[in-house]
Write a protein that binds this ligand. Structure first.
Ligand SMILES: [Zn+2]
Length: 142
């Protein structure tokens, strides 16, 4: 697997949207369940590909999230392993749609390719993503 460029990420967002629409239209959630084996396999692949994410996940395990919130890492570097941001699941899902992971820096980039190398930059991007819809975000970066 290769890391995504802005163009590839935008294409993937479109493709995922089409896939979701098709799956809903054809009622796949009822007829095609993902096997436990497949899930185990892809989980293992993820851990091998991103050992720094696994390490940060384990290091922040003791941190308790406020009710209804999830932990989000803005950086997976050693010094930021326990520096997490608390966000709702819906916003967390939305945010990751518009983030590109850069394993050279162990940090994320915006969909436009700008490296979010401080917590403040990451929070500003998060606030922007939370305030605007899919079409507006795409318009900003196309
Ligand atoms: Zn996250």
């Amino acid at each position: 697997m290769q890391e995504l460029t802005t163009k590839a990420k935008l294409a993937r967002i479109k493709e995922n949207k089409r896939t979701r629409e098709r799956n809903k239209r054809l009622n796949y959630s009822k007829t095609r369940l993902i096997s436990k084996e497949y899930r185990k396999h892809s989980g293992r692949k993820y851990k091998v590909k991103y050992p720094e994410k696994l390490e940060a996940h384990n290091a922040s395990r003791h941190i308790k999230s406020p009710a209804g919130k999830q932990k989000h890492h803005w950086s997976y570097n050693q010094e930021h392993k326990t520096d997490v941001i608390f966000i709702s699941k819906a916003l967390h899902d939305k945010l990751h749609t518009y983030l590109i992971y850069d394993s050279k820096f162990n940090m994320y980039r915006t969909i436009g390719g700008v490296l979010l190398d401080t917590r403040i930059k990451h929070n500003c991007y998060l606030m922007m993503i939370s305030d605007i819809n899919h079409e507006q975000i795409l318009k900003l970066f196309m």
